[in-house]
Design a protein around this ligand. Structure first.
Ligand code: GDP
Length: 369
């Protein structure tokens, strides 16, 4: 008997049959979560076919800090490399509010209309996914994010600038192999990240605003020097004259800089990302530059220099990482630092001791894997 209470003995008392337990987890969800584990070769095949889902998953591996993810990611990148490099890479910078996302939306639509495939990536070492302050966030590029031929990927989550930048650079390789022939790399124009972006793009575009009349204030000289083109955004309505004035001031300021190694004289234009004014001219400038540097050899020279730069960056990053994650180093670093602070040993002796300790214990890290 299911329920003793239903016995004849207990008159007037009846316990109804319960409802069968429903599964707590949606059975389809479980299936969906069991994502297929692709091999590196399968990833590469999907990427070369331009399968966006697979490109996204491969980028996730590139961004992952897990050792086994990095292993497969590096294998994928290596196999994609021969298919990469055939794109125009454009770096876009500007302070928050300059209109980067609005402009990328307009620039992007323009590029798509010309029949290109566009990937929008970002470098924002300060971003944390959980906070939602992500460059490249889809919601900021509304029109573009609905387009089939556009791939928008937010900045890899917070980490060292070198690490974040390396991941973006590796993502460029995957995107190019997937057939994206135009790559935008966006960064916020307030820190060191411009240098990182500059070292992975063919053309560096600085977005500026007409403002208080003293346009050049607050712009780091280094950033202006890196720019192949400066564009004054929001040249619309009452702001057109101010934007033109700002452009003239930038042109004058650029004269004071040494001539760039490319042989190209950086141009200054005005446009409106929001109202779609002058977008064509900005792109004409970019294509003109590309044709110019391809003709004089600077395009290839710069890409080679960049490849060299990233090789050394990568070595430095790996060395730092291996050093600081070495268990022996981790154990002794703070006590040694304290000895320096107590004036017991000099900084140099401390550094030498740590390096010796590291070299003696080099195998520790390998054992960990
Ligand atoms: P970001 O922080 O550099 O990405 O800048 P946003 O693209 O988010 O733009 C900042 C603000 O400027 C938003 O309110 C935009 O609507 C506005 N904005 C962007 N481009 C233009 C433009 O061409 N003209 C005008 N009038 N406003 C613009």
């Amino acid at each position: 008997m299911e329920h003793p209470e239903n016995d004849e003995l207990y008159k007037g008392l009846k316990v109804n049959k319960g409802v069968a337990d429903v599964p707590t987890v949606n059975p389809y969800l479980k299936k969906r979560l069991q994502r297929k584990e692709y091999t590196a070769a399968e990833f590469v095949e999907g990427i070369l076919k331009g399968n966006i889902t697979i490109v996204s998953q491969a980028v996730t591996l590139v961004e992952s800090a897990k050792y086994e993810h990095q292993q497969i990611a590096q294998e994928i990148i290596e196999k994609c490399l021969p298919h990469a490099g055939k794109s125009i890479r454009l770096g876009i910078t500007g302070v928050p509010g300059a209109g980067k996302s609005t402009s990328i939306d307009s620039f992007g639509l323009h590029v798509l209309k010309k029949g290109h495939k566009l990937a929008v990536l970002a470098i924002d070492p300060s971003s944390e996914r959980s906070k939602g302050s992500i460059l490249g966030d889809k919601t900021r590029m509304e029109a573009l994010s609905r387009k089939k031929n556009a791939f928008i990927r937010p900045s890899p989550s917070a980490g060292s600038l070198g690490g974040v930048a390396r991941k973006t650079r590796e993502t460029i390789v995957l995107c190019e192999a997937a057939g994206f022939d135009t790559i935008f790399v966006e960064t916020v124009g307030v820190g060191q990240s411009e240098t990182a972006v500059h070292s992975m793009v063919d053309f560096f575009l600085l977005i500026q605003l007409a403002g208080t009349g003293d346009e050049l204030q607050g712009i780091k000289r280094g950033i202006m020097e890196m720019a192949d083109g400066i564009v004054i955004n929001k040249a619309d309505g009452d702001n057109i004259d101010k934007a033109k004035l700002a452009a003239a001031q930038f042109r004058n300021a650029l004269h004071l800089f040494p001539a760039p190694a490319s042989g190209w004289t950086p141009k200054v234009l005005t446009y409106s990302g929001y109202y779609n004014l002058g977008i064509e001219e900005v792109w004409d400038m970019i294509y003109e530059y590309i044709a110019f540097v391809k003709a004089n050899g600077y395009f290839d020279y710069k890409r080679n220099e960049q490849a060299k730069y990233w090789m050394y960056e990568s070595i430095h990053e790996t060395l730092r990482d291996t050093f600081y994650h070495n268990p022996a180093v981790e154990k002794m670093l703070k006590p040694t630092e304290q000895q320096v602070l107590n004036n017991e040993i000099s900084s140099f002796v401390a550094a030498k001791r740590m390096m010796d300790l590291f070299l003696e214990n080099l195998s520790c890290r390998e054992e960990k894997h």
